[in-house]
Design a protein around this ligand. Structure first.
Ligand code: FUB
Length: 323
């Protein structure tokens, strides 16, 4: 597969969560549908109904679309919009986590399980108790403990959960108030639920103060990802309205995290969403853009490129359309 080219072109894919399982690369993307609906601030144009798992035997090989792995019609609690998923392998089983609107229109996180990384996945009858908002990213630490990070503003409803309960029309967060973070919770050993009520993680600036809600170049918007490099936890995410992928580092999986810089400059299209993996001693960023569709926000394609660290552990910023 060539760097910075669409992994597959016969379907539109977005929000890639990449993983290395058994020395192969598996990518768990959203599957964008082609429709002519209008964009809105609630993400109404992102009308996805199913998941396809992509796989690469290695980075020289062609990317394989392994077909439908889970469809909305087989998930009893879902009403619409199966957005960005993630997958984790534990004890030989593959657990797919995915957000979707429940029958009341509220975004929740569901889980489905398979014996194979490519599915088909069998969904639980109900969403995970205590789950809210979108974009689950599940990180397995070196000791085998698994943590979920998730949440997204606006269409992802994160700001509606500030009080711990769902508030349909919350007041706007003042620009000088602390920004919201993604939710964080450890998963139970059976991978079906949270060990505790998810809590928001804190992202600090260089002075140790929480990043402010009005600091749109740095505040959390959606699309969290966790990886570890040289023993440090790297939380990366999209800034949404300013279209960057940025990162913050911390000593513990639950944070707090301190903002460190930009990973990816804006891509073509409104959303930006990524994942990071190590493969055969190098690091790679998987991301999406709307280059092929000519900027139609809900027709996206997944790509990858190499990611490089500086000797001090900071990440070199990637300009997606420059060498
Ligand atoms: O794909 C639908 C939504 O767009 C995702 O959940 C967000 O992260 C954004 O990429």
């Amino acid at each position: 597969m060539k760097e910075r080219e669409a992994l597959v072109k016969h379907i539109f894919t977005a929000d890639p969560s990449a993983h290395v399982f058994n020395d192969k690369i598996y990518v768990y993307p959203s599957h964008d549908l082609e429709h002519d609906g209008e964009d809105d601030d609630e993400g109404g144009e992102y009308l996805m109904e199913d998941y396809h798992v992509l796989s690469l035997d290695n980075l020289e090989a062609d990317c394989v679309d392994n077909g439908e792995a889970l469809h909305m019609k087989d998930v009893p609690w879902v009403s619409k919009q199966m957005w960005a998923p993630d997958c984790v392998c534990k004890d030989g089983k593959y657990y797919l986590y995915f957000p979707a609107r429940d029958k009341d229109g509220i975004f929740r996180i569901g889980m489905a399980v398979s014996d194979s990384p490519t599915g088909p996945f069998k969904a639980e009858d109900n969403f995970m108790e205590g789950s809210m908002s979108i974009d689950p990213a599940v990180f397995m630490d070196d000791d085998g403990r698994c943590y979920m990070y998730n949440g997204g503003l606006w269409g992802g409803q994160l700001e509606k959960w500030q009080t711990g309960s769902f508030v349909k029309d919350p007041a706007e967060i003042p620009a000088d108030a602390s920004s919201l973070g993604p939710f964080f919770a450890e998963l139970t050993d059976d991978m079906k639920s949270f060990k505790e009520t998810p809590k928001m993680v804190t992202i600090l600036d260089e002075n140790g103060e929480p990043i402010k809600a009005g600091d749109e170049d740095r505040r959390y918007f959606e699309g969290p990802w966790m990886h570890k490099y040289n023993g440090l936890y790297y939380l990366s995410y999209s800034t949404g309205t300013t279209h960057y992928v940025v990162y913050a580092t911390g000593e513990k999986p639950e944070g707090p995290f301190t903002y460190r810089g930009r990973i990816l400059e804006p891509v073509i299209g409104w959303t930006t969403h990524h994942s990071i993996i190590e493969y055969h001693g190098k690091w790679y960023l998987f991301y999406h853009d709307c280059e092929i569709s000519g900027g139609i926000n809900h027709r996206r394609n997944v790509k990858y490129t190499e990611l490089k660290y500086n000797p001090d552990g900071t990440i070199q910023t990637i300009k997606p359309y420059e060498a």
